[in-house]
Design a protein. Structure first.
Length: 499
């Protein structure tokens, strides 16, 4: 098969020379045999030159022109069979024939080059049109973009190459589609055009390699690589622009789908919270009424007083959780906003004691506010709920009668904040609910009771007040729940100048 292909290629390459030399010999022999005059033979020689130029290009056309001129002089201009010319008119005719044959050859070649360029441009436009249709009708898979880009590169004459996208950096490359070999140095070249945002053309064993950045709004999102291509640089740049726009379109579709999912999630959460508020508030109200009735009936029975008080306390805690969830939903949805005001820590601790009487009765709780502690710049209602949730959480995990401490002091590292701490002697901090700095991780879960709904509510309320919740181990056992919040600015004292 290989020998047959080689023979065909050799025969095809020899055809222009057969036309140039063999055609000139045939015309010469026929002209002599038919005794044609010099003018008629000259026109036939021009046809041979034209055929040789069309078939073989400029070189075969020039060879045919020179051969035809020599035969024209030797066989058809007297004295015959010599290259000597006696008549000045024959000199003019022969020179005109040579110039005409050379000019015809060059014109034919120029027309052929222009025709080839037009055909190549037509193919490039057709490839770009097909690429645009395939890219913008592709599915949401990025791989589909790579397949479409690959077909376009093949139509544009690229022997190897592919589509590479960047993951936030030109050095973090994700190969979406590739055909052929991918040497290691290609990654460095792709990273280079990602940084400089300019196309790169370099010679290679395949011929000519072109590396094109995918630019969208001045940002490089990837690269299109065409190895061994003969396509023009403008066509390749246009293909890269189309691919870049298609990649941006796919990312926009993905982000839009994500936002739509978030909107649906928010709608579902709002509907769920409304259902919880409606379906649980009514039975809780009935339970509260029955508890009050039971409390009055059990007033004369000491052994029932404590269980009834416990039921009432847990019912109040459940109602507070529901109210916290609804308040958190309204705040996160932007339907209400925290109203910050200067709040003394001592007043906040007093309000906590009033809201959690059973906790303060069940165990010793010490309260300490340092003298240099500023007021808190918070929404008092939200700050109260934060502390209630932290104290309830510590009370639930601590052993019975174990002491608890509440402190308020300036933040040790940030003088613009106040730190409130709830210190317990419970089992400590469960793994996975706080980071290395002790900050509570949003959405983290734990099987331990210490990571309950109360901590998540406290974290959300603290964030809405510009603060944060932390949980760190306490020396000697237990945990320290920290509530860091901005301090209220001190009032400016204006001194009146004496008049």
């Amino acid at each position: 098969m290989t020998s047959q292909m080689t023979s065909r290629q050799m025969f095809a390459s020899s055809i222009p020379w057969l036309i140039a030399l063999g055609g000139t010999a045939v015309v010469t022999a026929a002209g002599r045999a038919m005794r044609l005059n010099a003018n008629a033979v000259g026109f036939v020689f021009l046809i041979v030159v034209l055929a040789a130029s069309i078939r073989g290009g400029l070189l075969s056309g020039m060879v045919a022109s020179v051969a035809a001129t020599l035969c024209y002089n030797y066989f058809f201009f007297p004295p015959l069979y010599t290259f000597t010319i006696h008549e000045p008119a024959n000199w003019v005719a022969l020179t005109a024939f040579l110039v005409t044959s050379v000019a015809v050859s060059r014109l034919v070649i120029a027309a052929r080059v222009q025709a080839d360029q037009a055909a190549r441009q037509r193919n490039e436009l057709a490839s770009l049109y097909g690429l645009s249709v395939e890219l913008f009708t592709a599915t949401n898979r990025v791989g589909a973009l790579g397949e479409a880009a690959g077909r376009a590169l093949s139509l544009l004459g690229a022997r190897e190459g592919g589509l590479v996208l960047f993951d936030r950096s030109p050095y973090r490359q994700d190969v979406i589609w590739w055909i052929g070999d991918k040497p290691d140095e290609i990654e460095d070249l792709i990273a280079g055009i990602g940084r400089h945002k300019e196309p790169l053309e370099i010679p290679s064993p395949l011929g000519r390699d072109v590396y094109l950045p995918l630019l969208v709004r001045g940002k490089t999102t990837g690269a299109l690589v065409a190895r061994g291509t003969e396509a023009s640089l403008p066509a390749l740049v246009s293909a890269a622009r189309l691919v870049g726009l298609a990649v941006e379109r796919e990312r926009f579709i993905e982000e839009n789908a994500h936002l739509e999912a978030l909107r649906e999630s928010e709608t579902l959460k709002t509907s769920l919270l409304r259902a919880i508020s409606h379906d649980l508030s009514t039975p809780l109200t009935a339970i509260t009424i029955h508890i009050e009735s039971l409390r009055r009936s059990a007033a004369s029975y000491d052994e029932l007083a404590l269980p009834v008080a416990g039921i009432a306390d847990e019912t109040a805690r459940l109602r507070r959780r529901i109210d916290n969830l609804l308040a958190m939903a309204r705040l996160e949805a932007g339907k209400s906003k925290p109203r910050r005001e200067p709040t003394p820590p001592a007043d906040l601790f007093r309000a906590v004691r009033e809201n959690l009487p059973l906790v303060f009765q069940a165990r010793p709780v010490s309260v300490r506010v340092e003298e240099d502690c500023h007021d808190l710049n918070v929404d008092p209602a939200l700050a109260l709920e934060i502390l209630v949730n932290l104290i309830e959480n510590a009370h639930r995990v601590s052993p019975p009668d174990a002491p608890m401490e509440l402190t308020a002091r300036p933040h040790p590292l940030d003088p613009s904040q106040v730190r409130i701490e709830v210190l317990d002697r419970g089992p400590g901090v469960p793994a996975g609910i706080a980071d290395a700095d002790g900050q509570l991780v949003a959405g983290a879960t734990s099987d331990d009771a210490q990571r309950g709904l109360g901590l998540e509510i406290a974290r959300s309320f603290a964030s809405l007040n510009g603060g944060s919740i932390g949980l760190t181990p306490r020396p000697g056992g237990g945990a320290i729940a920290r509530f860091d919040v901005p301090s209220a600015p001190l009032p400016q004292i204006v001194t009146a100048e004496p008049s």
